[in-house]
Design a protein. Structure first.
Length: 207
């Protein structure tokens, strides 16, 4: 992961009381700052997926290629996690088993500040996998085979981040539902091709 000479203040560390490892908190906060910087100012964190190529272009001007790939993996997992939690906690139109806990979702969202991405001129959420494959661009980024990079991003944002947050609240039910939905989304919701499913399913098999 990229190393930045940035110091967090005490209040920034206190944002994540469930995480005692300061290095993990620093990575979550700094990477969040970098993603927000290349996406541009947007108070509600909602973006159209038309910005994908502009995002890559901006990232390439600011960072070395290795870190651009890291940021794309982090965006992938931000979208996977956020869309899953929205489905479980808020979206009772599409999920008959929705917990209808809007406040729980808003509290998580305020803490982790993950981005939201929608398809152009549509309320539908962008498929997260679109941030792993930019072969039809100048960047030639293809991350589906980079298992170590993807697993590291998942460990940082889910296992050591959001999962620990909900476990600290005693919400094992949300963790279990989320991990079940990760697998169901990958295999049943037709947002991923068969090849993408094959290449990504290992990420969610060991939950």
């Amino acid at each position: 992961m990229k190393s930045f000479n940035i110091k967090l203040n005490h209040e920034q560390y206190r944002l994540f009381p469930m995480q005692t490892n300061k290095n993990i908190v620093k990575r979550i906060v700094i990477n969040r700052m970098m993603i927000q910087m290349i996406l541009g100012s947007n108070t509600d964190k909602h973006y159209c997926d038309c910005c994908r190529m502009e995002l890559i272009k901006n990232a390439k001007t600011l960072f070395e290629a290795e870190y651009v790939e890291e940021l794309m993996a982090l965006i992938y997992f931000q979208l996977v996690i956020d869309q899953t939690l929205y489905f479980i906690l808020v979206d009772n139109r599409l999920n008959a088993e929705c917990l209808n806990e809007v406040e729980t979702y808003l509290n998580y969202d305020k803490l982790f500040n993950f981005i939201k991405m929608q398809s152009h001129c549509s309320p539908e959420q962008t498929s997260p996998v679109s941030f792993l494959d930019f072969r039809n661009s100048d960047t030639e980024i293809y991350l589906l085979d980079k298992k170590e990079l993807l697993m590291d991003a998942k460990l940082l944002l889910w296992d050591k981040g959001v999962k620990q947050y909900f476990l600290s609240l005693g919400r094992n039910d949300i963790v279990s539902l989320s991990e079940m939905e990760f697998r169901r989304d990958l295999t049943l919701r037709q947002r991923f091709s068969e090849d993408e499913e094959t290449k990504l399913k290992y990420l969610f098999e060991s939950n």
